[in-house]
Design a binder for this molecule. Sequence first.
Ligand SMILES: Nc1ncnc2c1ncn2[C@@H]1O[C@H](COP(=O)(O)OP(=O)(O)O)[C@@H](O)[C@H]1O
Ligand SMILES: [Mg+2]
Length: 222
Amino acid sequence: MHARQGFDPGAIGNDWHLLRDGPHSRILEHRQAPAAVVKLIEPRSKPRDWLRKYGLSQARREHVGSTILAELGLPTPEIYGWGVTLAPTARYESILFMEQLQNFTSGLAVIRQERDAVRRRQFLELVAAGVAKIYGNGYLHKDCHFENVCWLDHGPLVWIDNDVRRSRDLSASRTGLTKTLRLLKNTARNDLSNTEWQGFRQHLYGKLATQPLGVRLADEIR
Ligand SMILES: Nc1ncnc2c1ncn2[C@@H]1O[C@H](COP(=O)(O)OP(=O)(O)O)[C@@H](O)[C@H]1O
Ligand SMILES: [Mg+2]
């Protein structure tokens, strides 16, 4: 287990409240520690994740990914620590301790429910600027979609579930960016109009041009 100095999950007892029950993870808060949540993560693919967890568990990847994004200036929840279950076939592969986000709307809910066109555009521009920063600085995001960003009520966009790593080379960046665009489009399904999607791509194109490696990737957008 790797935990930041001063963070002691054992000290906060056993009074947990389930915040979200997802297909591969559960997010819980503790009633006496409402500023922190734990994410319990199940293996997504077996036996791959049963083996991989000893080296690079999902929680550890999220920790690394969040550190990279924070260095790029993209907000993420503060990560307090992570751990791995040693039993080979345990139900949960790993656990992540992090700051609890307050007063936000999931990106998926924004594109499904927000009716104000200006706010929709602001949101899409924030996502595009983040994607440009990640790819334009030589990183890949393996799970970049609208449910993995949270829009805080006071404006900033926070990136969660961060499976971000360094790209091998320009060709891997091109492939990664194409896959990211496909994933974003697929998860948006019918929730974005053609005009909004084109606007998103155009904004991404413009923002990529301002990043160190961006110009060499921008033709993926055209
Ligand atoms: N740090 C957090 N604070 C508050 N809610 C969170 C936090 N992290 C995740 N959530 C909630 O849980 C949902 C799923 O989180 P995510 O990390 O994407 O799980 P999964 O890996 O199962 O996709 C988010 O959309 C959000 O509603
Ligand atoms: Mg997610």
